[in-house]
Ligand binder design. Structure first.
Ligand SMILES: *[C@@H]1O[C@H](CO)[C@@H](O)[C@H](O)[C@H]1NC(C)=O
Ligand SMILES: *[C@@H]1O[C@H](CO)[C@@H](O)[C@H](O)[C@H]1NC(C)=O
Ligand SMILES: *[C@@H]1O[C@H](CO)[C@@H](O)[C@H](O)[C@H]1NC(C)=O
Ligand SMILES: *[C@@H]1O[C@H](CO)[C@@H](O)[C@H](O)[C@H]1NC(C)=O
Ligand SMILES: *[C@@H]1O[C@H](CO)[C@@H](O)[C@H](O)[C@H]1NC(C)=O
Ligand SMILES: *[C@@H]1O[C@H](CO)[C@@H](O)[C@H](O)[C@H]1NC(C)=O
Length: 517
């Protein structure tokens, strides 16, 4: 009760005060365009609700919070709406307010009032786009490319980037933020021309600024080189190694350095992807492990280690053959393998009747099987008959040729049963006979020892039995096969026992055959 009374009193007091001053302006209303182009003229309206009839009201436009600078001004009389023209400047952008105050400063006690806040956007059309690379326009794979698009004028800009006239869509490796394009870990695909396009919009009008093109070159890093060497004979007993370092990729110029272990022997910078370096060489000596280093930018790549050890061919040159059989086990093809005992750089040559066989012919082909063999494959026929041999020489010195044994080949000889097969078959047969006879001998000896004198008695009994059976008319029982078998077996027993004496002779012959071989 007391509260509400107090409020009413207070309200009346306020009322009296307003009425007495008569000059409460009320809060003006600010209206106008939401955006405008810079340097254009924009008109704002500021209207005071309680306009005093006989007093001029000063209407001023300010940026919210900055009342030291008046952006636009108008003096209104008799309650007219104040049209305030403004030459739009960049700094006009922001929250604008209108301040209303009585112009006659000698009238005191009337407070100035402020309008609503009006957001105003100032557009400056884009102009003068230009790409500024942060580093070199020639860069290596794996490095980062950063390009900025700089404008001479423009705000509220969005940027697009073109690579060879194709729009770059942002990805994990291609980032577009504000006016900057960042490509992490560039590859050769990122080479090409780059352009940026800056855009802003005012009242559905689009402003564009295209930069001129900037050419970016991504250079391939040099790939790990391959190392190899060839041997040269400069003079008798004077040799050198020509070492070749070769990379498959990488933008020249490339510097190749040759190392012996960890010690650099020499280096060379070339406009190609390979280099040849010459070293003096001593045969039959391990001259260290060579390694090529290659570099065309920061990271250096390395070849494998290659031992520099040259051994001339030597030792016996052996030739081996393998047969290929067709139907009926007839030999239709033949492969010769040639191999030298020693030699790190062998060169193989095949001959038929002293004619060199090269690469491939109607009935043969030659193939080197690195590291240390060569193969000659033949089809067996009339044209391939003859005497074959191979020669091995150093590939840097053809005066060192060593010849293999000669092999005579023709179809009939090949398809005759080979000696070793005859040997094996005969040997196996003889061995079998030997085994059987040995078993029999052991059996006989064993039996003799077991039955001793008895055997004589049993022999006699059997003879009696046989004589008795002979007396029987066997023909009567001839249709009884079992009986007949018994009789026949007995006969066999007798003969085998009777021929026991022959065995030692056979054994002797068999043994002779073995030793004779
Ligand atoms: C300002 O107001 C005073 C007092 O009301 C008056 O005497 C004076 O003439 C006014 N000045 C102007 C410029 O209107
Ligand atoms: C936008 O353009 C249209 C026609 O092109 C025009 O009528 C309108 O007044 C413009 N608005 C502003 C804010 O300039
Ligand atoms: C190449 O060799 C020279 C001396 O022969 C040396 O000064 C230089 O550093 C070497 N360059 C490289 C890349 O190793
Ligand atoms: C490599 O170094 C070893 C000793 O460190 C040396 O005996 C050999 O001759 C060197 N090889 C070359 C090709 O210089
Ligand atoms: C090689 O010589 C043998 C006899 O010495 C002859 O039968 C054969 O036809 C010759 N082969 C060739 C291809 O000349
Ligand atoms: C050895 O090689 C030289 C040069 O390559 C050649 O002129 C010569 O005929 C060859 N000698 C033999 C026997 O192959």
């Amino acid at each position: 009760m007391l509260d509400s009374f107090f409020v009413i009193i207070l309200g009346l007091c306020c009322c009296c005060r307003t009425q007495s001053s008569q000059f409460f302006l009320g809060h003006p209303r600010l209206d106008g365009p939401k955006e405008a182009l810079v340097k254009s003229i924009a008109e704002f309206q500021c209207e005071v609700p309680n306009h005093p009839m006989d007093e001029k009201v000063l209407l001023q436009i300010f940026k919210l919070g900055d009342y030291s600078r008046t952006l636009g001004v108008y003096t209104s009389i008799e309650g007219k709406v104040g049209n305030i023209p403004m030459k739009v400047k960049m700094q006009h952008e922001g929250n604008l307010v209108c301040k209303a105050s009585i112009q006659n400063t000698s009238i005191s006690g009337i407070n100035a009032t402020f309008s609503n806040i009006h957001y105003f956007k100032v557009i400056e059309p884009v102009k003068g786009a230009q790409i500024i690379p942060s580093g070199l326009v020639e860069l290596f794979e794996e490095s980062t490319l950063e390009l900025r698009c700089e404008l001479s004028a423009g705000n509220h800009v969005s940027y697009k980037w073109l690579h060879n006239d194709q729009l770059i869509s942002p990805s994990s490796s291609h980032r577009v933020s504000d006016n900057q394009l960042t490509i992490s870990r560039v590859t050769s695909k990122d080479s090409g021309s780059y352009m940026c396009v800056a855009t802003n919009v005012f009242n559905q009008t689009v402003f564009n600024a295209r930069s001129s093109e900037v050419e970016i070159t991504v250079k391939d890093l040099v790939s790990a080189p391959d190392i190899s060497f060839t041997v040269l004979k400069e003079a008798p007993h004077k040799y050198s190694a020509r070492v070749r370092c070769q990379s498959t990729q990488g933008a020249p110029p490339i510097t190749f350095s040759l190392y012996n272990g960890s010690h650099q022997i020499t280096n060379v910078t070339v406009d190609e992807r390979h280099a040849e370096l010459k070293l003096p060489l001593v045969l039959n000596r391990h001259m260290g492990d060579l390694c090529c280093h290659a570099s065309n930018g920061e990271p250096t790549t390395y070849s494998r280690r290659l031992p520099l050890h040259v051994v001339p061919v030597g030792g016996p040159v052996t030739i081996e053959s393998k047969y290929d059989s067709g139907e009926n086990y007839a030999i239709i093809g033949l492969r010769f393998y040639c191999k030298a005992d020693k030699g790190s750089h062998p060169r193989y040559q095949w001959f038929l009747n002293k004619t060199l066989l090269q690469d491939q012919g109607s009935f043969y082909y030659v193939m080197d099987l690195p590291p240390k063999q060569s193969m000659l494959a033949l089809s067996v026929g009339r044209s391939s008959a003859g005497t074959y041999h191979c020669e091995v020489s150093d590939n840097f010195d053809n005066t060192t040729a060593i010849s293999s044994k000669r092999r005579y080949i023709d179809k009939e000889v090949l398809n005759r049963i080979p000696d070793y097969v005859v040997g094996i078959v005969f040997g196996s047969f003889a061995f079998l006979i030997f085994l059987v006879s040995a078993c029999c001998c052991i059996g006989v000896i064993f039996r003799k020892r077991q039955y001793g004198e008895k055997s004589l008695w049993s022999l006699q009994t059997q003879r009696h039995k046989a004589a008795y059976e002979d007396e029987l008319d066997l023909s009567g029982y001839s249709d009884n096969p079992d009986l007949l078998k018994v009789v026949k077996m007995d006969e066999f027993d007798q003969t085998s026992e009777a021929s026991e004496d022959d065995w030692p002779w056979i054994q002797k012959e068999t043994l002779k055959a073995f030793c004779g071989k």
